[in-house]
Design a protein around this ligand. Structure first.
Ligand code: ADP
Length: 288
């Protein structure tokens, strides 16, 4: 691989939402910060996956030995944006023992009886874990806003409330990596068609997804509001163009590596004397 192939601007810089970000003008087939093709992207991701895996194992080891740090990946995106692919191909690069995966669908009756953050708090990763939210509290200002599930007076204050909530999580030792996977309407059409045509994809198809397309502009507006109002210094949003799956997956791998490097998890020190234990091992006999 030529040294110029790959990330020329780190993903956390190339994809971070800046003031004035315009979602409507965002090129969903672009590859910000990356100079290379699909083959290069995939090869590089596999290499970086090894780094990610070791960092995550250190985090997990820390959690097993009194460490308090954890990490949270929040995935948002329209249907077919590739959230499932990120879980499978990016998160799938690390040891599943250390992953706390949670999908958020339509709230249950019990969940609806509580504050909307109740189910989110309950799902936050414990020390050592990489928590992954497939959809999240952001649905409470996305689908809830677009579908008028509660009045504006109820969802409007949620942006500030979410910022305060996330600041609390970060301050408690859990960086929050927020990824908005942004797919184009054309690419969504292709992906939905595939789900309708291919028997091995039927299980992913939901006829309601077609109805949601009619509300595409309203969803884009709701996403724009999320990016405008909840991309904070402590928990910024990263907007990832999702028309090229290989790019999106490589980008999220980079974002996770960067966030874990920020924690810099170390292998825990032994709470025993290795020399003593080696002597004991050598002297030990099964059954004696
Ligand atoms: P996915 O579409 O991610 O594969 P599902 O088919 O289970 O998963 O869809 C989850 C659905 O739950 C989505 O339509 C989403 O908008 C909806 N949902 C998630 N959170 C909420 C919420 N707080 N209020 C209402 N609907 C929600």
């Amino acid at each position: 691989m030529a040294s110029t192939d790959g990330w020329t601007t780190p993903a956390h810089k190339a994809l971070r939402v800046r003031h004035g970000f315009d979602l409507a003008a965002f090129d969903r087939g672009s590859t910000p910060g990356f100079d290379g093709d699909k083959t290069t992207g995939r090869r590089l991701m596999a290499k970086r996956g090894v780094v990610l895996s070791e960092l995550q194992e250190r985090l997990f080891a820390g959690g097993r030995t009194g460490g308090t740090r954890s990490m949270l990946l929040v995935l948002q995106g329209m249907d077919t944006a590739g959230k499932g692919g990120i879980v499978r191909h990016v998160v799938g690069q690390v040891d599943p023992q250390g992953v706390a995966m949670r999908s958020f669908g339509v709230p249950t009756e019990e969940e609806l009886a509580h504050h909307y953050l109740w189910r989110i708090r309950a799902a936050l990763p414990r020390p050592g874990y990489l928590g992954v939210f497939d959809r999240s509290h952001y649905e409470d200002v996305l689908v809830v806003r677009v579908e008028d599930l509660v009045p504006r007076a109820v969802w409007e204050p949620r942006y500030d409330e979410i910022n305060a909530f996330e600041a609390e999580i970060v301050a408690a030792g859990t960086p929050v990596v927020k990824v908005a996977l942004v797919v184009s309407l054309e690419e969504q059409t292709k992906r939905l068609k595939e789900r309708i045509e291919r028997p091995d994809k039927h299980w992913k198809y939901n006829p309601d997804d077609i109805d949601a397309r009619a509300k595409w502009p309203r969803y884009q507006e709701a996403y724009q509001a999320v990016l405008d109002r909840t991309s904070t210094d402590v928990a910024p949003w990263y907007v990832v163009p999702a028309d090229r799956k290989w790019y999106a997956r490589s980008a999220v791998t980079e974002l996770l590596v960067h966030a874990l490097e920020g924690i810099a998890p170390q292998w825990p020190a032994a709470d025993f004397d290795p020399a003593v234990e080696l002597r004991r091992l050598a002297a030990s006999r099964a059954g004696s």
